[in-house]
Write a protein that binds this ligand. Sequence first.
Ligand code: FES
Ligand code: FE2
Length: 329
Amino acid sequence: MTMLSGSPWLLAYRSMLKPNQPMKVSLQGNDYVLWQDSTGEISCLSNACPHMGAMLSEGWCQQRKDKSSVVICPFHALEFDSSGCTILPGSNKSTKSLIQPLELIVQGDFIWSYGGHEAKIPIPTIMNEIAAEYEFIGFTKNRSIKTDLLTLLLNMHDYNHQNGTHRELFEIEEVQLKQFIDNGLHSHAYVDQPRKKPTIRDILKNPGLLAMPKVLQAHLENFFPCMAVMHGESPLLSLKECHFYIPESPNSSRVFILMFMKAHTPIAHFIKRNLLQLVELVVEQDADILGKIYANTPQHIKLNNEVGMDWVRRNFETFPLVVEPNLSR
Ligand code: FES
Ligand SMILES: [Fe+2]
């Protein structure tokens, strides 16, 4: 149960898949090849070629006359269609399916999957709502981290690590958790983070500090276990920073972020690249610290503001059961 089967996971956002280019995705201990043809049809098969086990994701795609495309094995060039059928040399008819396709749920540009497990909780609808109203800015690159899902989720719902992990970026003086609303597998956290007054030297080093407010206010909306959205408001723009978590295997997890915005002034369009670079750095810093933790160390110290982590631990233990919410404060 350490990889929480029954949850949906966002495998990719459509534009992460270049047409006719296979991409490898790992989910709950299995590897898959994912590709999109030029009509936008998305396919996903187990990644091991049924001939001699080569990784199909290392191969290439080829378009057929009907515009659908097949993935071609890099070893002996057998080609497989989206149902895992191939045409053997010397034969001119298709075999039965030789590779198990992975069931996907494609909602607009969002490519979800339950990893072939029975669905125990629904797909959050918030991404469809955001996509309908906001402009897509971009995605951070996929970051695969050598850590288990629980350790990753604890980090992502830890409101104190700004002071350590992200110190150089934000120079936060203290963390004030204003409110935590526990709705079972869904929660909201409202956090105020007053920042140190930057010195002239700091500003020279990182002029971006000038653009940051004195108190960073964050509203985090959490959807256990697969995602969290940071709702950001500023006079320039409204931001939706959407974080996705994927258990690749018991000891490896993937993170990526999709960014959406609504511009309130044209300036917003000039800074959207910088915003993306900033979150890219945030992900790097998280990945870095997660590589430097002894997992499963008994916790003998408890800090304030750890309610997000309590929420993760409780839901992890009881998943997919929703326990009576009791952590609101
Ligand atoms: S291993 Fe794939 S075609 Fe031979
Ligand atoms: Fe972080």
